[in-house]
Design a protein around this ligand. Structure first.
Ligand code: PRX
Length: 630
């Protein structure tokens, strides 16, 4: 055992007294003995307009199906069922603008009105069940309305993070053959306007399927409107077509709810597909148990809805639990590095879920920014997206949580839809460990051959059991789904992460084992950054690696072969940085560069990233005998 693994934080008594799951060992054992029974019980806490025939159909594994034969709609459970109870007047959403004097609040009743309006408009535009609606919106309430409206009428939403470039946006619109794009004039980013509509204009020039663009007025900046294709949302909302009740379409449990593009090992992003039935059961249950969601809670998940964390634990999970959720438009350091603490204090946030990179960023500004605020409303803290280093964990626990709030570290992926490895509040917490597999799941660490490795040994993290919120396939690419996740070890889900397990059964995530890197919690494929680089005239070839970074977790380092006539300079580095930001996204902006004569490759032409990493870190390059020109 390493010293870190001996560092154990026991849950405080008041947390134990309140928790949904008191005797977690008993629940864990019962779910392990009968996972399907466990999930059926959880599912029966939600509404279905027709019951399921089978909890799990694994006859075509790895294309698993859950709750087959059942009819439902995630919106029936996220909104409609609350409208017949006292919750109809409870706050569903509190939105705070980057300018914090701008606040909008929605009860479940008024959220429903907004969703019906958006849904009516989509229907009037001819959007039907199964059609893909692309959503390119910032963190404003309309992103909730748009996602829920699409789901309500059985359409499939595809949210693209509103920081992607026009090229990235157009590739994704094209791939999904989306007919409608919902966007805004712009978004506020640290006091400046990011021109969303302009980016959409550029993107749809290459996306012939798009017939209608709905534009939400947000920043009030001038935009160009195409008289046929583009429509202001507030003008549509005044039309008769937008008015009136819009029924929630009952769909098959296995009908698609959304696709979400994420980065993989190749340059082509993967469209992860999730469905109504299993996804609602998975996100509802995991949020409820891990974060102990109660009627009086005020839940704040800082993730952007453009990522899976925003889908599962900002939008759907909280609403499925009838909770009050806070969404903030701004960034954690703007205008001052205490804006988040101010919001927690002002709105009485009880559950606060964020990413290690944000914690490390805020930690650097010193404790005084935090301690000047009364954060006594907080009960539970959460972490997601990358391993949290014990130092940041302890700071979060001590300074933000006042030593009272357990930190729920949650390991999962876009693909898994819901937490897979985490704790419930009554379990001991270990700084740096994500915890234990969720009830009903079994995880393992295996070697190259698929055999389980001894306790404490690093290996490939795999999941043994199917789970309700698992992706069903890669949209339009079932073979890539099978190959990527199920081919290496038949019957086991390959996560792409390395990990080790300790004697108590806790998992310690180490990092990715493939060409995916996490930069400030954002998932990027090295191949995507490489193809952005080679689209610049100065670049002939590029190899990208992640290097350890104190705040971001990883930084992006690029080894670039220059074209004839170009030579290395600081100006060129800056130009390449901006080029990647523009062609892919500002989140992918490279940090460091080197300009070698040649890239180290194996004889079969594979780039030896290990050698690049050693060079960039000034370490020994190790065994070079397989190098092409050794
Ligand atoms: O490497 C793991 C890391 O994030 C990857 C999944 O990224 P994405 O699909 O963007 O989803 C992020 C939010 C769920 C994983 O393969 N990761 C996620 N959560 C953790 C983590 N690594 C360590 N600890 C975590 N809690």
């Amino acid at each position: 055992m390493t010293p870190d693994q001996q560092d154990v934080y026991e849950p405080p008594q008041n947390i134990i007294d309140d928790a949904w799951i008191q005797d977690w060992r008993a629940v864990e054992a019962a779910a392990a003995a009968d996972p399907q029974g466990y999930w059926a019980e959880r599912a029966s806490e939600l509404q279905w307009s027709h019951p399921w025939d089978k909890v799990l159909d694994d006859s075509e594994a790895p294309f698993y199906k859950w709750f087959t034969g059942a009819r439902t709609n995630i919106v029936s459970n996220a909104i409609d069922r609350h409208l017949t109870t006292a919750r109809r007047n409870k706050l569903a959403l509190i939105w705070v603008g980057e300018d914090t004097s701008k606040v909008r609040t929605f009860s479940y009743f008024s959220l429903n009105r907004e969703v019906e309006q958006m849904a009516n408009i989509l229907k009037a535009m001819g959007v039907e069940k199964g059609d893909v609606v692309t959503i390119y919106l910032p963190r404003i309430p309309e992103i909730f309305f748009a996602m829920l409206a699409a789901a309500k009428i059985g359409a499939v939403h595809s949210v693209i993070f509103a920081g992607y470039s026009s090229e990235a946006l157009s590739t994704r619109i094209d791939d999904s053959e989306s007919k409608v794009v919902i966007t805004a004039d712009g978004s506020w980013v640290n006091g400046k306007v990011f021109p969303l509509k302009k980016i959409v204009d550029e993107a749809v020039r290459f996306s012939p399927t798009v017939e209608n663009v709905i534009v939400v007025r947000n920043t009030e900046t001038p935009v160009t409107m195409d008289s046929v294709r583009d429509h202001w949302y507030h003008e549509l909302a005044r039309l008769p077509i937008a008015k009136g009740h819009c029924p929630t379409v009952q769909v098959d449990a296995e009908d698609p709810l959304f696709i979400l593009y994420t980065s993989g090992s190749t340059g082509k992003p993967k469209a992860i597909l999730h469905t109504h039935g299993g996804y609602q059961v998975g996100t509802y249950t995991t949020l409820r148990y891990s974060f102990d969601i109660k009627e009086e809670d005020r839940w704040w998940c800082t993730a952007d809805p453009g990522w899976i964390t925003g889908h599962s634990y900002l939008v759907y999970g909280p609403l499925l639990n009838g909770a009050t959720v806070l969404m903030a438009e701004g960034n954690p350091t703007y205008p001052y590095p205490d804006i988040w603490w101010q919001l927690i204090e002002h709105y009485g946030v009880t559950g606060f879920y964020t990413a290690p990179t944000a914690i490390r960023t805020l930690m650097r500004f010193g404790d005084a920014w935090v301690t000047k605020h009364d954060l006594s409303s907080l009960r539970l803290l959460g972490s997601v997206g990358e391993p949290i280093n014990p130092e940041a964990w302890r700071w979060f626990h001590h300074v933000v949580g006042g030593d009272r709030c357990p930190i729920i570290d949650t390991w999962w992926q876009t693909e898994t839809g819901m937490f897979q490895i985490t704790t419930v509040p009554t379990m001991d917490q270990k700084p740096g460990s994500a915890g234990r597999p969720v009830f009903g799941q079994q995880a393992a660490v295996v070697d190259e051959a698929g055999d389980e490795v001894p306790v404490g040994t690093e290996g490939f993290l795999v999941l043994r059991n199917p789970w309700p919120a698992m992706m069903r396939t890669l949209f339009k690419d079932p073979e890539r789904y099978r190959q990527t996740y199920w081919a290496k070890y038949p019957g086991l889900y390959l996560t792409g992460d390395s990990a080790r397990q300790d004697e108590d059964g806790y998992f310690w995530i180490i990092g990715r084992t493939d060409d995916v890197i996490k930069v400030s919690g954002h998932r990027l494929g090295t191949a995507e950054v490489e193809s952005a680089l080679v689209s610049h005239p100065a670049v002939v070839e590029a190899a990208v690696i992640g290097l350890p970074h104190d705040v971001k977790g990883n930084s992006i380092h690029c080894s670039v072969i220059l074209a004839n006539g170009f030579s290395p300079s600081k100006e060129l580095e800056e130009e390449l940085r901006n080029h990647v930001a523009e062609t892919l996204s500002p989140i992918a902006k490279p940090d460091g560069f080197d300009f070698p004569e040649k890239l180290p490759k194996t004889r079969s032409g594979k780039i030896m990233r290990r050698v690049l990493r050693a060079r960039a870190l000034g370490q020994d390059e190790g065994d070079l005998s397989t190098l092409e020109n050794s």
